[in-house]
Write a new protein. Structure first.
Length: 319
């Protein structure tokens, strides 16, 4: 994302280094100084620990007073992971689950968390709150602002902090009917706020919600209860489509979303709609900074069953 790399001279310090290391995050860092990992970013970070699969944890280092352990007992975690092999890695929404022999570790990245692999003799840096040492590497959880969280479950039983999560958007349980019922129960909520509810749309965050509404052509402040049957179907379809695309482009290789998406244009004032080149509007809706096109996403409610599907424009072959 060269256009964002050119803008890095405007920032410095930790934010500069973060944006330089992860170009796709540069627009968020440049505009807000921080970012919130969403569905695909979480999947990508979880994959960073995959080199450790099959290897045994020889030592565990942690900062027991760190806020990331507010839902876990550090002493129990250390005792439960030393000597265990990492077997599997799972993600659901913004949550991660690492399965060991008779132990399970949960991680939520929060605002600034990240997972990385370091050398076997890595000395924990200031913001490294958890380090799992293996024979050939160290698996590190780093979180400067400590909004992330660590959970732990001893034994092979499925932990409630995982089983109680909402159904994955790409699973068969995420249905049109479920979305319709949820929208009906929250009829007065703006669509932007609706899409941010993790109990129904796990993993969808600020940029994904804006992308979905732009593809559907819906104004972000429109009440959820105003959706007709066809429009609910559009929300369901475009949510699943975007999740599949993001997981492929970002979640696997940390690739850049194409310019036909709203994503590259939404981060700063003066960005233009990739469909009609209208200057995007930005304001707080549903408690979050929101970007939308005033032409593609008017406040008007379409006649029942006659809403066009602008999401198809410029997105051929991206499903």
């Amino acid at each position: 994302m060269a256009q964002f790399q050119r803008g890095l001279k405007k920032i410095n310090g930790a934010a500069f280094r973060e944006a330089a290391n992860f170009p796709i995050l540069a627009p968020a860092v440049l505009c807000y100084g921080r970012f919130m990992p969403e569905l695909a970013e979480v999947a990508w970070f979880a994959r960073q620990w995959s080199p450790g699969i099959g290897d045994r944890v020889t030592d565990v280092l942690c900062r027991p007073k760190s806020r990331v352990f507010r839902s876990a007992a550090p002493a129990e975690l250390v005792a439960g992971l030393v000597g265990r092999k990492l077997r599997e890695i799972h993600t659901r929404g913004k949550q991660m689950r690492f399965v060991f022999d008779r132990a399970q570790l949960g991680v939520h990245l929060g605002m600034t968390g990240e997972l990385l692999v370091a050398a076997r003799d890595h000395v924990p840096a200031r913001h490294d709150h958890l380090l799992l040492r293996q024979a050939r590497r160290s698996l590190v959880f780093r979180d400067p602002r400590m909004f992330g969280a660590v959970r732990f479950e001893a034994g092979a039983r499925m932990p409630t902090w995982w089983s109680d999560l909402a159904d994955d958007i790409l699973s068969a349980e995420f249905t049109r009917e479920a979305v319709a019922r949820y929208a009906a129960r929250r009829a007065k909520a703006p669509l932007k706020a609706l899409l941010l509810q993790q109990e129904m749309f796990p993993g969808v965050g600020n940029w994904m919600a804006d992308e979905i509404l732009w593809r559907c052509g819906f104004h972000p402040s429109r009440p959820a209860g105003s959706l007709n049957h066809n429009e609910v179907n559009m929300i369901w379809r475009e949510t699943r489509k975007l999740c599949r695309q993001a997981m492929r482009i970002i979640g696997r290789t940390w690739g850049d979303p194409p310019p036909s998406w709203l994503f590259p244009h939404r981060w700063r004032d003066g960005g233009r709609c990739p469909r009609d080149q209208t200057v995007l509007r930005r304001e707080e809706i549903g408690g979050r900074t929101t970007a939308w096109c005033p032409v593609c996403q008017s406040r008007a409610i379409a006649s029942r069953g006659r809403r066009p599907a602008p999401a198809a424009v410029g997105l051929v072959g991206m499903v």
